[in-house]
Design a protein around this ligand. Sequence first.
Ligand SMILES: Cc1cc2nc3c(=O)[nH]c(=O)nc-3n(C[C@H](O)[C@H](O)[C@H](O)COP(=O)(O)OP(=O)(O)OC[C@H]3O[C@@H](n4cnc5c(N)ncnc54)[C@H](O)[C@@H]3O)c2cc1C
Length: 644
Amino acid sequence: MTFTDRHRRAMALIADTFAPGNDAGIPSASAVGAPEMALHLAASGPRVADAQQLEKLLGLWDSPLFALAMFGTPRRFSAMSREQRERALVRLGDSSSPSKRALFQALKAGATLPYTLAVGEPLWQTMDFPGPLGAPANAPEPPLHAEHVTGPTTLDADVVIVGSGAGGGPAAAVLAAAGLSVIVLEAGEYYDDRDFDGDEARGIGQLYTNVGSADGQISLFEGRTLGGGTVVNYSTAFRTPDRVRAEWAALGAGQFASDEYTRALDAVWERLGATQDYSTPGRRDAVLERGAQALGWDAGTLWRNVDGCDQGTVCGRCGLGCALGAKKSTAKTWLRDAQDAGARILVGVQARRVTVAGGRATGVEAATADGIPVTVRARAVFVAAGSVQTPSLLLRSGLENPNIGAHLRLHPATAVLGLMDEEVLPWTGTMQARYVDRFADLDGEGYGAILETAPITPALGSAFVNWRSGAQYLARLAEWRNTVDVAVIVRDKGPGGRVRIGADGEPIVDYTVAPQDAEHMMQAMVGAARLVAAAGARRVRTTHQQDTVWEPASGGIEAFERDIRRQGVGPGRLGLVALHIMGSARMGGAAATSAVNPDGRTWEVDGLYVADGSSFPTASGVNPMVSIQAISYMTATRLAAALR
Ligand SMILES: Cc1cc2nc3c(=O)[nH]c(=O)nc-3n(C[C@H](O)[C@H](O)[C@H](O)COP(=O)(O)OP(=O)(O)OC[C@H]3O[C@@H](n4cnc5c(N)ncnc54)[C@H](O)[C@@H]3O)c2cc1C
């Protein structure tokens, strides 16, 4: 994809309107190279179609006709004054048209993410953010031998595993320990302690992937590195709640309610060394706990799969990889066990297709990013590529069961922001130490939302700051040092979304927050607002694009509640993300209702197994990593017995 000067000029105009800098020395987007970075990010994304769409948009951007259609004036964007350009963008963001609002949000993210990644000082100084921490001293040698492919390669194994995250890791260990030859294919690269310097630009660029829902309502984030999401996640460990296990069993996979699944959970819990020893509340969680106590609500202590956290400066960057080696990702646990038992691990290799002969999986066709072909012939294929890529791979491989890609479940999440008198420095402290489950069962059937705080570094935080003008945006970033963010994490009840693939074979995610889930989100947001107010917040905001502000000292919460309900959760209205992605190849009792059977085997193809977040029959309601690992452990144990 090559962008022309016309595209570059349009991108620079847009980015400099979102981030014009100021007279106090904060540079503009162009001054720090953000427009170039935005184009580079777009061109290097997984979907060529997205880059082509941006190319088309930028080609049209500065024409009078486009301005008329988008901003209601025939004046070209480049001919407007800065104030007029700001008003034009705000008008787009406040439009009654969902697609215009979604376009605004896409442009805002496209401009402000590279800006906050590149800007550095003196903006960081105004926030009191120290920037990257630097590579850790004395980091040990990485423990895994991760192989790269340098020429066309064909390999043989008993089992080829696609993906190395929460689903792929335990399976590799269990199958290798059973004496089977195992090859793990991971699309991402291998990074370890010595690479984790707390730099957002590096961490986000190397370790993450994200895809937005087709209507622009919600962004889905996943890890894309050896260890998958377990390398970047916040190490909060929850066993699957009994009520959820019963629900899953009732949907056809009876073992969820049996000792078999309990044993799998126990094995995972033990291997991860889940503990409460490193759950000292940081400043964010101290606010959460204080607010809950003031209201007479419970704030539970979280279990975490860690050993050796500093619970201070380094821990706040845990989402960019743990420099202390404290987080027990699959790269630190199961993949080591697998390697010790003889498994081979290939990185930078993306599976494109499962090969099938006579109704039976025979292996995987894959390729490196440079297009070098890799073929693995195997007795069984174990897909654990995450809830976006697993159904995509199955669909690319020609599977037709309509449940593949369907029933996509998310924990749609937003944040309620409290401006405190005290310094919060939300990029520091234990990742997550407390949670509030007061809103977890709002319908009597176990659906609702939990509240947890989340670490916020400037670029991550930029997604949660609404934009009304360049000056307002900078002022809000400067407030982060005193801001607590309480994440509202909804257990969606469905009907859920769908992952399908485009003509290029890459995933397209259809997902709309259902009315009852939106209602649960609203109730929990109001609860979170009350909580931060009880903890002393001077001002409370949501992440709505239109300003929503409650100043507790000036009056009750009613007007604020009316306001956030009026704005709702439609595309482009509210900052919404999903870090927990589930259900898109769900396990169940019949081909008519599920994608895989209770053994984890696809109903259509023998020897083709799935175990990762996509296996969940419904959303877990709690952070899903432990449940995913338990499903993987259980499924791999069954498969090992079958192959032996
Ligand atoms: C920022 C963040 C914080 C989180 N915090 C928590 C938390 O505190 N607690 C918790 O329980 N959960 C948390 N989660 C969620 C949890 O990490 C994920 O649910 C979990 O990792 C998903 O497991 P998975 O096996 O389905 O997919 P992943 O762990 O994402 O693994 C899939 C792997 O497959 C690879 N892959 C994809 N396609 C291919 C292909 N075609 N070929 C080869 N490889 C491929 C990917 O690169 C990836 O490494 C968090 C997630 C994020 C993003």
